[in-house]
Design a protein around this ligand. Sequence first.
Ligand SMILES: C=CC1=C(C)c2cc3[nH]c(cc4nc(cc5[nH]c(cc1n2)c(C)c5CCC(=O)O)C(CCC(=O)O)=C4C)c(C)c3C=C
Ligand SMILES: [Fe+2]
Ligand SMILES: [Fe+2]
Length: 322
Amino acid sequence: MPRIGVLLINLGTPDAPDAGAVRRYLAEFLSDPRVVEIPQWLWQPILRGPILLTRPRKSAHAYAQVWTKEGSPLAVNTRDVAIALQGRFGSEVMIDWAMRYGNPSIASRLAALDEAGCDRIVVAPLYPQYCGATTATAVDCVSAALAKMRAQPAIRTLPPYFDDPAYIEALKMSVQRQLDALDFEPDLLIASFHGMPERTKTLGDPYHEQSLETARLLTQALGRDVRVTFQSRFGRAKWLGPATDETLKSLPPKGVRTVAVLTPGFSADCLETLEEIGIRGRDDFLAAGGQKFAHLPCLNASPEAIKLYKNLIGRELAGWVS
Ligand SMILES: C=CC1=C(C)c2cc3[nH]c(cc4nc(cc5[nH]c(cc1n2)c(C)c5CCC(=O)O)C(CCC(=O)O)=C4C)c(C)c3C=C
Ligand SMILES: [Fe+2]
Ligand SMILES: [Fe+2]
């Protein structure tokens, strides 16, 4: 019987690409005070009113464009990482996966690991850069589930790995492999990270700094420039910039005709990479006069990714496995 569990956690996704499922998902996600840091008495009427009345239909349309036969890309890619990683560990270690919002929930997979006899668990939020809205809320959710258990497992959490040489190496290998497969040499390589409200930086969130450091190390490793941008702006507040969409539109008039965009802050391809970058980003760039556009896939369950996670998680298992 396995005694050690590993729970890979990713952000979350709707159960289906329809407005009802997207509404349920967005209601849970956007009610998290770690994600929208506005007092709930003020925010809930806005969320339950204009946002949940209009956004689900628009988002469902976007999800439908990237949905796969097996389900949401984020869930499928995260599941595939868990399956591939299980093959790299012995039967003493049980690898499972969960979504912070939606299904499979963190509480349900922790319960499954507990039932399988795991009394030691490594919690691995699959976010290279720490952010209150991603890493912290995943750990909060684990803690909330543990708070309901009489006999708790021992817990270790995977630290952010934004500057880990193993992560930079995985990104470098993956980017080089994908650039080699293109039929063009891009004038510019862009690293697009998910955005955050700018004030979270002043409040002490290290996300911005860690994203810039990842890009700096990747620039060094690749020996070529990497332009940093931030995507997926939400709401009216000022977000981190420069914005990916505005940057893509501004480049062709400046003579940049071909680009390749990577999304190194996302461990798995999802709506934000496949639709926002792969479809809308491409359209924006070509409409502005660009000639060739490539969206480079995330690490997903690639050999580079599995080698990386084996290494990162293996370190957390020190003293727990022989
Ligand atoms: C205030 C709103 C949002 C913050 C803050 C935010 C931070 C944040 N998000 C990710 C990663 C992902 N976000 C995804 C989808 C998504 N994000 C927001 C809003 C905020 N994100 C919304 C409303 C949505 C849903 C889709 C939409 O309606 O536009 C996803 C993809 C989910 C999927 O199902 O594919 C990911 C992944 C990070 C890393 C981050 C902070 C660093
Ligand atoms: Fe997001
Ligand atoms: Fe988006």
